[in-house]
Design a protein around this ligand. Structure first.
Ligand SMILES: Cc1cc2nc3c(=O)[nH]c(=O)nc-3n(C[C@H](O)[C@H](O)[C@H](O)COP(=O)(O)O)c2cc1C
Length: 251
């Protein structure tokens, strides 16, 4: 029965949308999406994330260059979700409290988790309204530069970008691993041969045309795992350095 639920139907139909119509997302819808973010569960009730709404075309362009994805400069809505311990640290200071833990690993993870789940709540709400969404992890291609562009103060850090707009493409659902490979009861399950277990999935992936990417066939999943784990972008190997530069003590 749950599949008859309209919200779940939308979630089961999720596809990343990278091309949007030249149609504005109304202020009313934008405010609703931000209200949904605000209502999201938050670690300890601390709300230690913020959202930057990037409306300036010059900044959109600068972000698209960091991400090396030209379509980012054409974003009807572009959001950057950030860890934000700056605000609570300021509150502690004004209260005369102790600030020594404000930038520790625990606080960083709290903010990172808060920002991530708020972003996904916005995705769900946007898709419920027939909007398309596109996460941007490529914002981490050069986090130091992004912090500079966004004038992010200490104790903040960009987690993920999100584009939202009215879809101008209708891609296929991208195949996923089976639940058997990812959902375990009580204890982690290790398989004898992963390549054997995912043989069908590998085949399914090679049959999947990525319409969003010039109608190209994509590599099978196992080939993608190998190639995408090579981490060829230099600055992405130095993310921890950027996190520390933002004032977090995350040894
Ligand atoms: C954390 C995260 C980062 C992502 N980064 C990017 C990105 O930088 N650029 C992009 O076009 N898509 C990005 N995506 C979208 C993924 O490529 C997409 O979700 C994945 O290929 C599965 O396709 P689907 O969402 O259509 O099912 C990201 C997704 C997530 C969850």
């Amino acid at each position: 029965m749950p599949k008859k639920n309209p919200m779940i139907n939308k979630q089961l139909a999720h596809r990343t949308i990278r091309e949007f119509k030249n149609q504005e997302v109304s202020k009313e819808i934008f405010t609703t999406l931000m209200d949904v973010a605000r209502r999201t569960a938050t670690s300890n009730g601390m709300q230690s994330y913020s959202i930057l709404h990037i409306t300036d075309p010059v900044i959109q362009k600068a972000i698209s260059e960091i991400c090396n994805q030209e379509y980012i400069a054409r974003s009807p809505v572009l959001l950057i979700f950030i860890v934000d311990q700056f605000r609570n640290n300021a509150i502690i200071r004004e209260k005369g409290g102790k600030t020594q833990n404000a930038g520790d690993m625990d606080r960083f993870i709290q903010g990172f988790t808060d920002a991530s789940i708020a972003a996904q709540n916005v995705v769900n709400a946007a898709e419920a309204l027939d909007l398309g969404t596109n996460y941007l992890g490529s914002t981490l291609n050069d986090p130091e530069k992004l912090c500079e562009i966004l004038k992010l103060p200490k104790l903040t850090f960009p987690v993920v970008g999100l584009r939202i707009g009215y879809p101008n493409q209708d891609p296929q659902l991208k195949p996923r691993l089976s639940n058997r490979m990812q959902v375990f009861e009580n204890a982690y399950q290790i398989f004898n041969s992963y390549l054997e277990e995912i043989e069908d999935y590998d085949q399914e992936m090679t049959n999947y045309y990525d319409l969003r990417n010039a109608n190209q066939r994509v590599d099978c999943f196992s080939d993608q795992v190998v190639s995408k784990t090579s981490n060829s972008i230099l600055k992405r190997q130095e993310i921890l350095k950027a996190v520390k530069k933002q004032g977090f003590q995350v040894e």
